[in-house]
Design a protein around this ligand. Structure first.
Ligand SMILES: Cc1cc2nc3c(=O)[nH]c(=O)nc-3n(C[C@H](O)[C@H](O)[C@H](O)COP(=O)(O)OP(=O)(O)OC[C@H]3O[C@@H](n4cnc5c(N)ncnc54)[C@H](O)[C@@H]3O)c2cc1C
Length: 469
């Protein structure tokens, strides 16, 4: 339960933040108090809008002294309610937007927490470099949010998640002290790694105020194809072939199911059927290289061998940048496309890549047996073993009835995941939504160690108190 924030704390916060540094205006607050899908509605006595790391430190310091809880928020694109306050102070990073430094020799960009992922891409491109983390939410998702959720997008297969892309962090710890860890080292083997503790901590161990991120050479060659397939099992076989014959050029390998494609085509204007024939499943494959012509050659090799082996019978390679965008739009609109179809149980799971087909088969049989008529939309980063496994209410059914079964449905799906030594949250984190569920699958030894870390850094549990466990 969140304790009401004393009036004198609010007054002190307003005083340190100064004019324009806070708001209680309902209109200003409204978009920050509702989650992207409208699933959670929040409330806060004060929106703090710090302009600098020093401002953040002042806010956290006052709250730490008074034992008042804080929820950090970046772009508010999180999908597990970690950024939505329920009576806590809401600390937005929207004014921490400086690109502090960009260095094409060291291949590092240092940006403040409120800079969007899209702005990082833009800044990197200006110096002929690339930051290889792409999300459908990148126009709003911020560096602070991406770091705090250890986001992983469509390029994890080649570049890893955010954990692999951060060189250094600056953060305000839960006692209000500033930690400057904005190093740009590729190697630093000096004991515990504080930045790695903060990455994926979902705002529970402090406020990330800036990050140094790795840059990579800009692409000289890119190819995107869509293949029609019979089953997820075929997709896994195709992935194995892709790894074997493309010389590491595969950057993305994304699964799309027919039902998700149909919803996207029906509900999102401007999308088109990718192939002449209809198929039960599709994969979108992207190859990239820094050497001209190589990505196209690798894609050609892959599809030739896939056709020869009978793994693929229908495919199209995008011929223009516009067509590449059109193929990607089918994948990126999987969530948007299903939105008008009513209530959904969302699962964001990972299993070993070799078990993806087993997972989809077993989970689908289980949810249909549990609630006949539900519609399964499975899609995602199959190359990383990560499936967004969405279970929509039966056509014409009631949202309320489907919502009422959500927790039991999740347990069914998550038990299957656990049986395959998987994870119940591959991308989005736990937030205040999945912490209890995660406890069911972590060992008591691990939970005790993790809680000890949190307790040591934040003994009054003021930082995002309802998140994690
Ligand atoms: C359409 C869509 C597509 C998406 N695709 C992906 C995807 O492919 N991969 C993926 O991983 N995620 C994806 N997401 C989820 C989301 O975009 C990511 O989790 C993103 O990293 C959140 O960034 P944000 O700035 O919006 O953070 P918020 O939503 O504002 O916050 C998320 C969490 O981070 C904490 N936080 C935010 N900023 C800070 C900070 N500066 N310091 C400490 N804690 C902080 C918050 O308290 C909260 O717990 C998607 C979301 C949408 C809506």
């Amino acid at each position: 339960m969140t304790i009401p924030v004393p009036a004198d704390v609010i007054s002190r916060l307003k005083a340190v933040l100064g004019e324009g540094g806070w708001s209680t205006d309902p209109e200003r607050l409204a978009p920050k108090l509702v989650e992207w899908r409208g699933r959670w509605q929040g409330t806060t006595p004060l929106l703090a809008l710090p302009r600098s790391t020093a401002d953040v430190a002042a806010v956290v310091g006052i709250c730490a002294e008074a034992g008042v809880a804080i929820i950090p928020q970046g772009g508010n694109t999180g999908l597990v309610s970690g950024q939505i306050p329920q009576g806590e102070i809401l600390l937005s990073t929207e004014r921490l937007t400086a690109v502090r430094d960009i260095d094409a020799f060291d291949d590092v960009i240092t940006v403040e927490a409120g800079v969007t992922l899209a702005a990082v891409h833009e800044a990197a491109a200006k110096v002929g470099r690339r930051f290889p983390l792409g999300l459908a939410s990148e126009g709003s998702a911020t560096v602070g949010g991406v770091v705090s959720t250890n986001a992983g997008g469509t390029q994890v297969l080649r570049y890893g998640t955010t954990r692999n892309l951060v060189l250094g962090l600056e953060a305000v710890l839960p006692n209000g002290e500033i930690w400057n860890g904005l190093k740009r080292l590729r190697k630093d083997n000096t004991g515990y790694d504080l930045k790695q503790l903060l990455i994926g901590a979902e705002g529970t161990l402090g406020v990330v105020t800036a990050a140094s991120l790795k840059l990579f050479p800009i692409l000289a060659s890119r190819s995107v194809a869509i293949c029609g397939l019979e089953s997820p099992r075929q997709a896994i076989e195709l992935l194995a072939l892709a790894k074997a014959v493309t010389g590491g050029a595969v950057e993305a390998f994304e699964l799309i199911g027919r039902m998700g494609l149909d919803f996207a085509l029906k509900n999102v204007p401007g999308l088109r059927e990718p192939l002449d024939a209809r198929h039960p499943w599709y994969v979108l494959i992207e190859t990239t290289t820094a050497t001209p012509g190589e990505a196209e050659a690798a894609m050609g090799r892959l599809l030739e061998q896939a056709f020869e082996a009978g793994l693929v019978t229908d495919a199209a390679i995008a011929q223009t940048g516009k067509q590449m965008g059109a193929f990607w739009a089918l994948r990126e609109n999987q969530s948007v496309g299903q939105k008008p179809e009513g209530s959904v149980w969302k699962h964001d799971i990972a299993v070993p890549v070799s078990r993806i087909a087993d997972f989809i088969e077993q989970a689908t049989a289980a949810v249909i047996a549990f609630s006949p008529g539900v519609r399964v939309v499975a899609f995602g980063h199959v190359g990383d073993g990560n499936v967004h496994y969405d279970v929509l209410r039966p056509e014409g059914g009631s949202d309320a009835a489907h919502d009422a079964l959500r927790d039991e449905g999740a347990t069914l799906v998550h038990d299957i995941v656990a049986g395959m030594e998987g994870s119940i949250s591959a991308e989005h984190g736990l937030g205040s939504m999945k912490g209890h569920e995660a406890l069911r699958y972590k060992s008591p030894v691990e939970v005790a160690a993790l809680r000890a870390v949190r307790e040591a850094l934040d003994p009054r549990r003021i930082m995002n108190p309802r998140a994690l466990f």
